[in-house]
Design a protein around this ligand. Structure first.
Ligand code: GTP
Ligand code: MG
Length: 388
Protein backbone atom coordinates (compact mmCIF):
# COMPACT_ATOMS: atom_id res chain seq x y z
CA UNK A 1 0.00 0.00 0.00
CA UNK A 2 1.18 3.46 -0.84
CA UNK A 3 2.35 5.12 2.35
CA UNK A 4 2.98 8.81 2.76
CA UNK A 5 5.09 10.23 5.56
CA UNK A 6 3.81 13.05 7.76
CA UNK A 7 4.71 16.52 6.56
CA UNK A 8 6.95 17.23 9.52
CA UNK A 9 9.34 14.41 8.63
CA UNK A 10 12.47 16.01 7.15
CA UNK A 11 13.04 15.36 3.45
CA UNK A 12 16.09 13.25 4.17
CA UNK A 13 14.74 11.72 7.39
CA UNK A 14 15.60 8.06 7.68
CA UNK A 15 14.11 5.16 9.59
CA UNK A 16 14.30 7.07 12.88
CA UNK A 17 11.04 8.65 11.76
CA UNK A 18 9.06 5.48 11.71
CA UNK A 19 5.66 7.09 11.57
CA UNK A 20 3.92 6.97 8.27
CA UNK A 21 0.56 8.12 7.08
CA UNK A 22 -1.60 5.89 4.99
CA UNK A 23 -2.97 7.33 1.85
CA UNK A 24 -6.54 8.43 2.26
CA UNK A 25 -9.49 7.63 0.05
CA UNK A 26 -9.30 9.64 -3.10
CA UNK A 27 -12.61 11.41 -3.06
CA UNK A 28 -13.91 14.86 -2.40
CA UNK A 29 -15.44 15.88 0.88
CA UNK A 30 -18.86 15.36 -0.56
CA UNK A 31 -17.95 11.72 -1.08
CA UNK A 32 -17.78 12.01 -4.84
CA UNK A 33 -14.75 10.53 -6.59
CA UNK A 34 -12.11 12.99 -7.72
CA UNK A 35 -9.30 15.02 -6.29
CA UNK A 36 -9.89 17.03 -3.16
CA UNK A 37 -11.03 20.51 -4.05
CA UNK A 38 -9.13 22.07 -1.24
CA UNK A 39 -5.65 20.79 -1.94
CA UNK A 40 -5.69 20.14 -5.67
CA UNK A 41 -4.26 23.56 -6.51
CA UNK A 42 -1.53 23.44 -3.86
CA UNK A 43 1.78 22.31 -5.32
CA UNK A 44 3.36 19.48 -3.35
CA UNK A 45 6.56 21.08 -2.13
CA UNK A 46 8.83 18.97 -0.02
CA UNK A 47 9.78 20.98 3.01
CA UNK A 48 13.48 21.55 3.25
CA UNK A 49 15.27 21.31 6.55
CA UNK A 50 15.81 24.49 8.49
CA UNK A 51 19.32 25.60 9.31
CA UNK A 52 20.40 25.95 12.93
CA UNK A 53 20.17 29.70 12.60
CA UNK A 54 16.67 29.53 11.14
CA UNK A 55 15.58 27.38 14.06
CA UNK A 56 17.10 29.77 16.58
CA UNK A 57 15.81 32.95 14.97
CA UNK A 58 12.38 31.43 14.33
CA UNK A 59 11.93 30.37 17.94
CA UNK A 60 13.08 33.75 19.22
CA UNK A 61 10.69 35.47 16.81
CA UNK A 62 7.88 33.37 18.36
CA UNK A 63 7.16 31.75 15.00
CA UNK A 64 4.84 28.92 16.02
CA UNK A 65 5.49 26.80 12.97
CA UNK A 66 9.23 26.95 13.53
CA UNK A 67 8.76 26.32 17.25
CA UNK A 68 6.73 23.22 16.40
CA UNK A 69 9.37 22.05 13.94
CA UNK A 70 12.14 22.67 16.46
CA UNK A 71 10.29 20.56 19.01
CA UNK A 72 10.02 17.83 16.38
CA UNK A 73 13.76 18.11 15.87
CA UNK A 74 14.54 17.68 19.56
CA UNK A 75 12.11 14.77 19.74
CA UNK A 76 14.02 12.87 17.09
CA UNK A 77 16.18 10.03 18.33
CA UNK A 78 18.52 10.11 15.37
CA UNK A 79 22.07 11.03 16.46
CA UNK A 80 22.35 13.56 13.61
CA UNK A 81 19.18 15.40 14.66
CA UNK A 82 20.14 15.20 18.30
CA UNK A 83 23.41 16.92 17.52
CA UNK A 84 21.70 19.67 15.57
CA UNK A 85 19.05 20.06 18.26
CA UNK A 86 21.75 20.44 20.90
CA UNK A 87 23.34 23.25 18.91
CA UNK A 88 19.98 25.02 18.59
CA UNK A 89 19.36 24.61 22.30
CA UNK A 90 22.79 25.89 23.18
CA UNK A 91 22.16 29.09 21.29
CA UNK A 92 18.73 29.49 22.88
CA UNK A 93 19.85 28.84 26.45
CA UNK A 94 20.53 32.52 27.25
CA UNK A 95 16.84 33.22 26.54
CA UNK A 96 15.46 30.48 28.78
CA UNK A 97 14.51 30.38 32.43
CA UNK A 98 11.91 33.12 32.51
CA UNK A 99 8.72 31.20 33.04
CA UNK A 100 6.69 29.53 35.71
CA UNK A 101 6.44 25.82 35.13
CA UNK A 102 3.43 24.19 36.64
CA UNK A 103 3.11 20.41 36.79
CA UNK A 104 -0.47 19.17 36.79
CA UNK A 105 -1.03 15.54 37.52
CA UNK A 106 -3.90 13.33 38.55
CA UNK A 107 -5.59 10.05 37.72
CA UNK A 108 -7.21 9.68 34.28
CA UNK A 109 -10.43 11.64 34.24
CA UNK A 110 -9.60 13.82 37.26
CA UNK A 111 -10.23 16.83 35.04
CA UNK A 112 -6.70 17.98 34.26
CA UNK A 113 -7.44 19.10 30.73
CA UNK A 114 -10.68 20.78 31.75
CA UNK A 115 -8.85 22.61 34.52
CA UNK A 116 -6.09 23.66 32.12
CA UNK A 117 -8.64 25.00 29.67
CA UNK A 118 -10.36 27.00 32.43
CA UNK A 119 -7.21 28.41 34.01
CA UNK A 120 -5.49 28.78 30.64
CA UNK A 121 -8.28 30.96 29.26
CA UNK A 122 -8.02 33.22 32.30
CA UNK A 123 -4.26 33.52 31.96
CA UNK A 124 -4.33 34.20 28.25
CA UNK A 125 -6.96 36.88 28.65
CA UNK A 126 -4.87 38.58 31.31
CA UNK A 127 -1.92 38.81 28.93
CA UNK A 128 0.08 35.68 29.68
CA UNK A 129 1.54 33.50 26.97
CA UNK A 130 0.86 29.87 27.83
CA UNK A 131 2.42 26.65 26.59
CA UNK A 132 0.73 23.37 27.48
CA UNK A 133 2.74 20.18 27.19
CA UNK A 134 0.66 17.07 27.60
CA UNK A 135 3.09 14.33 28.55
CA UNK A 136 2.27 10.70 28.12
CA UNK A 137 -0.96 11.23 26.26
CA UNK A 138 -0.63 7.79 24.72
CA UNK A 139 -0.09 5.99 28.02
CA UNK A 140 -1.52 2.52 28.11
CA UNK A 141 -4.14 3.71 30.58
CA UNK A 142 -5.60 6.46 28.44
CA UNK A 143 -5.12 5.38 24.89
CA UNK A 144 -5.98 8.04 22.39
CA UNK A 145 -6.57 10.87 24.80
CA UNK A 146 -4.72 13.31 22.52
CA UNK A 147 -7.89 13.63 20.55
CA UNK A 148 -9.88 14.03 23.72
CA UNK A 149 -7.52 16.74 24.89
CA UNK A 150 -7.93 18.63 21.69
CA UNK A 151 -11.65 18.84 22.19
CA UNK A 152 -11.39 19.53 25.90
CA UNK A 153 -9.03 22.40 25.29
CA UNK A 154 -10.97 23.57 22.30
CA UNK A 155 -11.22 27.22 23.23
CA UNK A 156 -7.67 27.36 24.46
CA UNK A 157 -6.28 25.75 21.33
CA UNK A 158 -7.72 28.60 19.27
CA UNK A 159 -5.94 31.26 21.31
CA UNK A 160 -2.94 32.82 19.60
CA UNK A 161 -1.19 33.23 22.94
CA UNK A 162 -1.43 29.56 23.71
CA UNK A 163 0.58 26.68 22.33
CA UNK A 164 -0.56 23.13 23.02
CA UNK A 165 1.74 20.24 22.30
CA UNK A 166 1.48 16.57 23.21
CA UNK A 167 4.87 15.23 24.26
CA UNK A 168 5.58 11.69 23.16
CA UNK A 169 5.88 9.13 25.89
CA UNK A 170 8.01 6.56 24.12
CA UNK A 171 11.47 6.64 22.71
CA UNK A 172 14.87 5.68 23.90
CA UNK A 173 17.50 7.57 25.77
CA UNK A 174 16.09 10.30 27.88
CA UNK A 175 12.56 9.50 26.73
CA UNK A 176 9.89 11.74 28.14
CA UNK A 177 12.18 13.61 30.43
CA UNK A 178 14.73 14.75 27.90
CA UNK A 179 12.14 15.71 25.33
CA UNK A 180 9.83 17.46 27.74
CA UNK A 181 12.66 19.29 29.47
CA UNK A 182 14.05 20.49 26.20
CA UNK A 183 10.61 21.43 24.93
CA UNK A 184 10.20 23.56 28.07
CA UNK A 185 13.42 25.39 27.23
CA UNK A 186 12.26 26.02 23.67
CA UNK A 187 8.93 27.37 24.87
CA UNK A 188 10.70 29.69 27.29
CA UNK A 189 12.94 30.99 24.54
CA UNK A 190 9.83 31.59 22.45
CA UNK A 191 8.53 33.86 25.18
CA UNK A 192 5.95 31.68 26.91
CA UNK A 193 5.88 32.87 30.49
CA UNK A 194 3.68 30.09 31.83
CA UNK A 195 4.21 26.42 31.03
CA UNK A 196 1.78 23.71 32.08
CA UNK A 197 2.88 20.11 32.02
CA UNK A 198 -0.08 17.77 32.15
CA UNK A 199 0.60 14.18 32.98
CA UNK A 200 -1.42 11.18 34.03
CA UNK A 201 -0.54 10.24 37.57
CA UNK A 202 0.64 6.67 37.66
CA UNK A 203 3.39 6.76 40.27
CA UNK A 204 6.66 7.16 38.41
CA UNK A 205 5.29 10.00 36.30
CA UNK A 206 4.78 12.26 39.28
CA UNK A 207 8.41 11.94 40.28
CA UNK A 208 9.50 12.77 36.76
CA UNK A 209 7.24 15.79 36.59
CA UNK A 210 8.37 17.05 39.98
CA UNK A 211 11.90 17.17 38.58
CA UNK A 212 10.72 19.38 35.71
CA UNK A 213 8.58 22.02 37.34
CA UNK A 214 8.57 24.87 39.83
CA UNK A 215 5.11 24.17 41.21
CA UNK A 216 3.54 20.77 41.44
CA UNK A 217 -0.24 20.55 41.55
CA UNK A 218 -2.02 17.32 42.29
CA UNK A 219 -5.60 17.05 41.06
CA UNK A 220 -7.93 14.82 43.02
CA UNK A 221 -11.56 13.95 42.95
CA UNK A 222 -13.49 13.31 46.12
CA UNK A 223 -14.71 9.82 46.81
CA UNK A 224 -12.46 8.13 44.27
CA UNK A 225 -11.23 5.94 47.09
CA UNK A 226 -7.63 6.76 46.44
CA UNK A 227 -7.18 9.46 49.06
CA UNK A 228 -5.06 7.33 51.32
CA UNK A 229 -3.34 5.62 48.45
CA UNK A 230 -1.72 8.89 47.46
CA UNK A 231 -0.44 9.34 50.96
CA UNK A 232 0.94 5.82 51.04
CA UNK A 233 2.70 6.19 47.74
CA UNK A 234 4.35 9.36 48.93
CA UNK A 235 2.98 11.28 45.99
CA UNK A 236 1.27 13.81 48.19
CA UNK A 237 4.65 14.66 49.63
CA UNK A 238 5.69 15.93 46.22
CA UNK A 239 2.76 18.31 45.88
CA UNK A 240 2.88 22.05 46.54
CA UNK A 241 -0.90 22.00 46.43
CA UNK A 242 -3.74 19.56 46.08
CA UNK A 243 -6.80 20.62 44.14
CA UNK A 244 -10.01 18.73 44.77
CA UNK A 245 -11.69 19.12 41.41
CA UNK A 246 -15.33 18.57 40.46
CA UNK A 247 -16.47 20.39 43.58
CA UNK A 248 -19.92 20.99 42.14
CA UNK A 249 -23.47 19.61 42.28
CA UNK A 250 -23.88 16.53 44.45
CA UNK A 251 -20.15 16.31 44.81
CA UNK A 252 -19.62 19.66 46.51
CA UNK A 253 -19.99 18.45 50.06
CA UNK A 254 -17.80 15.42 49.52
CA UNK A 255 -15.17 17.63 47.98
CA UNK A 256 -15.15 19.83 51.06
CA UNK A 257 -14.82 16.83 53.33
CA UNK A 258 -11.93 15.57 51.19
CA UNK A 259 -10.27 18.99 51.37
CA UNK A 260 -10.33 18.89 55.16
CA UNK A 261 -9.00 15.32 55.22
CA UNK A 262 -6.14 16.17 52.93
CA UNK A 263 -5.33 19.32 54.88
CA UNK A 264 -5.01 17.23 58.02
CA UNK A 265 -2.86 14.65 56.24
CA UNK A 266 -0.58 17.32 54.80
CA UNK A 267 -0.07 18.75 58.23
CA UNK A 268 2.07 15.74 59.14
CA UNK A 269 4.12 15.72 55.97
CA UNK A 270 7.24 17.60 55.10
CA UNK A 271 6.78 20.30 52.48
CA UNK A 272 8.63 19.69 49.22
CA UNK A 273 9.41 23.41 49.00
CA UNK A 274 11.29 25.34 51.65
CA UNK A 275 9.32 28.27 53.00
CA UNK A 276 6.02 27.04 51.60
CA UNK A 277 3.21 25.19 53.33
CA UNK A 278 1.26 23.03 50.86
CA UNK A 279 -2.41 23.91 50.54
CA UNK A 280 -5.59 22.11 49.63
CA UNK A 281 -8.17 23.90 47.50
CA UNK A 282 -11.41 22.92 45.84
CA UNK A 283 -12.54 23.89 42.36
CA UNK A 284 -15.08 23.17 39.70
CA UNK A 285 -13.15 23.38 36.47
CA UNK A 286 -16.23 22.87 34.40
CA UNK A 287 -17.86 25.94 35.94
CA UNK A 288 -14.61 27.85 36.38
CA UNK A 289 -15.20 28.14 40.12
CA UNK A 290 -12.12 28.36 42.34
CA UNK A 291 -9.82 28.27 39.33
CA UNK A 292 -8.60 31.86 39.73
CA UNK A 293 -7.66 31.10 43.35
CA UNK A 294 -5.26 28.43 42.13
CA UNK A 295 -3.37 31.01 40.11
CA UNK A 296 -3.36 33.49 42.98
CA UNK A 297 -1.77 30.78 45.09
CA UNK A 298 0.85 30.04 42.41
CA UNK A 299 1.75 33.73 42.26
CA UNK A 300 2.14 33.83 46.02
CA UNK A 301 4.32 30.75 45.83
CA UNK A 302 6.51 32.21 43.10
CA UNK A 303 7.04 35.40 45.08
CA UNK A 304 8.17 33.37 48.10
CA UNK A 305 10.56 31.11 46.20
CA UNK A 306 12.08 34.03 44.36
CA UNK A 307 12.63 35.81 47.63
CA UNK A 308 14.23 32.86 49.39
CA UNK A 309 16.24 32.01 46.25
CA UNK A 310 14.76 28.54 46.02
CA UNK A 311 13.43 29.15 42.53
CA UNK A 312 16.94 29.51 41.04
CA UNK A 313 18.37 26.87 43.32
CA UNK A 314 15.76 24.31 42.32
CA UNK A 315 16.18 24.98 38.63
CA UNK A 316 19.93 24.55 38.95
CA UNK A 317 19.67 21.32 40.88
CA UNK A 318 17.09 20.04 38.38
CA UNK A 319 19.62 20.59 35.61
CA UNK A 320 22.35 18.77 37.53
CA UNK A 321 19.90 15.94 38.13
CA UNK A 322 19.19 15.94 34.41
CA UNK A 323 22.86 15.30 33.55
CA UNK A 324 23.01 12.34 35.88
CA UNK A 325 19.71 10.93 34.66
CA UNK A 326 21.05 10.96 31.12
CA UNK A 327 24.31 9.34 32.12
CA UNK A 328 22.53 6.67 34.12
CA UNK A 329 20.17 5.92 31.28
CA UNK A 330 22.95 5.73 28.75
CA UNK A 331 25.00 3.37 30.89
CA UNK A 332 21.98 1.20 31.54
CA UNK A 333 21.28 0.98 27.82
CA UNK A 334 24.88 0.06 27.06
CA UNK A 335 24.77 -2.62 29.71
CA UNK A 336 21.48 -4.27 28.82
CA UNK A 337 22.07 -4.08 25.07
CA UNK A 338 25.51 -5.60 25.32
CA UNK A 339 25.56 -8.99 23.55
CA UNK A 340 27.73 -10.69 26.17
CA UNK A 341 25.45 -9.50 28.97
CA UNK A 342 22.34 -10.55 27.09
CA UNK A 343 23.76 -14.02 26.67
CA UNK A 344 24.92 -14.29 30.26
CA UNK A 345 21.98 -12.71 32.09
CA UNK A 346 19.46 -15.61 31.95
CA UNK A 347 21.82 -18.18 33.42
CA UNK A 348 23.04 -15.79 36.11
CA UNK A 349 19.46 -15.04 37.09
CA UNK A 350 18.73 -18.76 37.11
CA UNK A 351 21.70 -19.38 39.38
CA UNK A 352 20.39 -16.76 41.82
CA UNK A 353 16.86 -18.15 41.89
CA UNK A 354 18.23 -21.67 42.27
CA UNK A 355 20.09 -20.51 45.32
CA UNK A 356 23.56 -21.27 44.01
CA UNK A 357 24.70 -17.68 43.69
CA UNK A 358 24.01 -14.70 45.95
CA UNK A 359 22.50 -11.61 44.16
CA UNK A 360 25.48 -9.42 44.99
CA UNK A 361 27.93 -11.93 43.50
CA UNK A 362 25.67 -12.15 40.43
CA UNK A 363 25.70 -8.40 39.93
CA UNK A 364 29.46 -8.28 40.43
CA UNK A 365 29.95 -11.09 37.95
CA UNK A 366 27.84 -9.34 35.27
CA UNK A 367 29.44 -5.95 35.85
CA UNK A 368 32.94 -7.44 35.65
CA UNK A 369 31.99 -9.15 32.42
CA UNK A 370 30.62 -5.87 31.06
CA UNK A 371 33.77 -3.95 31.97
CA UNK A 372 35.86 -6.60 30.28
CA UNK A 373 33.87 -6.33 27.03
CA UNK A 374 34.14 -2.55 27.15
CA UNK A 375 37.92 -2.71 27.40
CA UNK A 376 38.06 -5.29 24.66
CA UNK A 377 36.12 -2.94 22.39
CA UNK A 378 38.52 -0.12 23.21
CA UNK A 379 41.54 -2.33 22.47
CA UNK A 380 39.94 -3.45 19.23
CA UNK A 381 39.58 0.19 18.21
CA UNK A 382 43.29 0.76 18.85
CA UNK A 383 44.24 -2.35 16.86
CA UNK A 384 45.60 -1.58 13.47
CA UNK A 385 46.09 2.11 14.18
CA UNK A 386 49.63 3.29 13.65
CA UNK A 387 51.39 4.24 16.88
CA UNK A 388 52.27 7.88 17.24
N1 GTP B 1 -18.75 17.88 37.17
C1 GTP B 1 -17.54 18.15 36.75
N2 GTP B 1 -17.00 17.44 35.75
C2 GTP B 1 -15.74 17.73 35.36
C3 GTP B 1 -14.98 18.77 35.96
N3 GTP B 1 -13.78 18.81 35.38
C4 GTP B 1 -13.77 17.86 34.44
N4 GTP B 1 -14.94 17.19 34.41
C5 GTP B 1 -15.33 16.10 33.50
O1 GTP B 1 -14.49 14.98 33.77
C6 GTP B 1 -14.18 14.29 32.56
C7 GTP B 1 -12.68 14.13 32.41
O2 GTP B 1 -12.11 15.41 32.28
P1 GTP B 1 -10.66 15.66 31.63
O3 GTP B 1 -10.40 17.11 31.78
O4 GTP B 1 -10.57 15.07 30.30
O5 GTP B 1 -9.76 14.80 32.59
P2 GTP B 1 -8.19 14.49 32.46
O6 GTP B 1 -7.70 14.40 33.85
O7 GTP B 1 -7.53 15.45 31.56
O8 GTP B 1 -8.21 13.05 31.80
P3 GTP B 1 -7.03 12.29 31.01
O9 GTP B 1 -6.34 13.28 30.12
O10 GTP B 1 -7.72 11.22 30.26
O11 GTP B 1 -6.11 11.73 32.06
C8 GTP B 1 -14.82 15.09 31.44
O12 GTP B 1 -16.03 14.48 31.09
C9 GTP B 1 -15.04 16.45 32.05
O13 GTP B 1 -16.14 17.12 31.48
C10 GTP B 1 -15.61 19.53 37.02
O14 GTP B 1 -15.05 20.45 37.61
N5 GTP B 1 -16.87 19.16 37.37
MG1 MG C 1 -6.34 15.19 29.80
Amino acid sequence: MDKKRPEWVPADGGEEFTTSVMKGVESRHDGMPGTSRITSHVPQVHRRQLTIDEHVQGVLAKDRTILARTITLIESNSPRHMQKAQEVLKQLLPYTGKSVRLGITGVPGAGKSTFIEALGMQLVSSGHALAVLAVDPSSSLTKGSVLGDKTRMEKLSRETNCFIRPSPSGGTLGGVTRKTRETCLLCEAAGFDVIFIETVGVGQNEITVRSLVDFFLLLKIAGAGDELQGIKKGIIELADAILINKADGDNLQRAEVARDEFSRALHYLKSPTRGWTPRVLTASSIHGKGVADVWKMVEEFVAIVHKNKLFEERRKSQMIEWIHDLIREHLEQLFYHNDVIRAELPQTEAAVTAGTMPPTAAAQHLLALFEKTLFQTEYAKLDGKPEK
